[in-house]
Design a protein around this ligand. Structure first.
Ligand code: SF4
Length: 319
């Protein structure tokens, strides 16, 4: 006997059907970041990390891309796909980490350290990317830093990712003092408490976490790296130290395994702004279109494409 249906379930089903109709009418593709709500991930054509999704966007024949994520991700998709219409369902979905640096402050920083190459995390605005030599992701940051000439590198805006890279390269990293509040609030004490609650679990942490958290983890990786690690590991149980949305993907991909979030604070409010209703509205009203001014776009594309051209850059493209 099937479970009784509630009015809320009927409404959700109607919204999903509306999205399906509009997706066809608009010949659109829907991309969802790993940190999106589960129901948004479920209606997406592709789920993944920020730049992996941009690469997916570049491959698609669709003219319209609905990017379920935050603004810098939709910008990156638009930078790499200037001939396509990129829609961000909720215009206010920003990234506080990306907002911790802007182009004027980056220019001042560069002036203080002339001649040093600038490596900028993909979690940054188009203007900041345009001022950078090369972008990186959490998966390829070490390799990108190593690929640059000279002994010193300016690295921003995420300090914790920079500290993680610093421990894996002989180069001297000069760090910008930004952080992701979602990741940086988690303490090693919380992770150790989660370990005590789940003694059989392996702990997997994202490099945006504090160094003290990474020290008590069994494995450190980006979101796609977590997915690959969980799939291939013989372990049956994991404590996850990154944004809660990734659990939806991990549980779907590994039905026999168990995943626990290290802390209830691992929630990015901006990532959770996008709902099924906002995706349907975006498709119906063709809003909010994200476009980058051409002069900035060309320079930002150079930094992104340089990353993609560096060894594992393309394979490791993720937040
Ligand atoms: S999880 Fe952190 S880095 Fe990612 S979008 Fe949210 S605030 Fe930005």
């Amino acid at each position: 006997m099937s479970a009784p249906r509630s009015p809320a379930m009927d409404h959700a089903r109607a919204v999903v059907e509306r999205i399906g109709r509009l997706r066809e009418e608009r010949r659109a593709v829907i991309l969802a970041h790993n940190y999106q709500r589960g129901e948004v991930q479920d209606i997406a054509d592709f789920t993944g990390d920020s730049l992996g999704l941009s690469l997916e966007a570049a491959r698609t024949g669709a003219r319209v891309i609905v990017f379920c994520g935050v603004s810098f991700m939709a910008e990156s998709a638009s930078i790499l796909n200037p001939d396509k219409t990129v829609l961000l369902p909720v215009l206010e979905a920003g990234c506080p980490l990306a907002d911790m640096i802007d182009a004027p402050r980056l220019r001042e920083w560069k002036a203080l350290h002339p001649g040093r190459p600038v490596v900028t995390y993909i979690n940054s605005s188009a203007e900041v990317k345009a001022e950078s030599d090369v972008c990186c992701t959490s998966a390829n940051a070490v390799e990108i830093v190593e690929s640059l000439p000279g002994d010193e590198v300016l690295f921003g805006p995420d300090r914790n990712l920079g500290l993680y890279v610093r421990g894996r390269t002989a180069k001297r990293l000069i760090l910008w003092e930004g952080y992701c509040a979602t990741h940086a609030w988690v303490t090693a004490g919380e992770v150790l408490a989660a370990r005590r609650r789940h003694p059989a679990a392996l702990v997997i942490a994202h490099p945006e976490c504090l160094p003290e958290v990474l020290e008590v983890a069994d494995h450190v990786s980006s979101t796609s790296g977590m997915s690959a690690f969980a799939r291939s590991s013989p372990a049956r149980e994991f404590v996850i130290v990154t944004e809660a949305g990734i659990l939806h993907r991990l549980m779907k991909e590994n039905p026999g395994k168990r995943f626990h979030l290290a802390s209830t604070r691992l929630l990015c409010p901006n990532m959770k702004r996008t709902t099924l209703a906002s995706v349907a509205d975006a498709l119906e009203r063709m809003r909010h279109e994200i476009r980058v001014e051409e002069g900035i776009r060309v320079r930002a594309a150079r930094a992104l494409e340089r990353m993609l051209g560096t060894g594992r850059g393309r394979a490791g493209a993720e937040e």
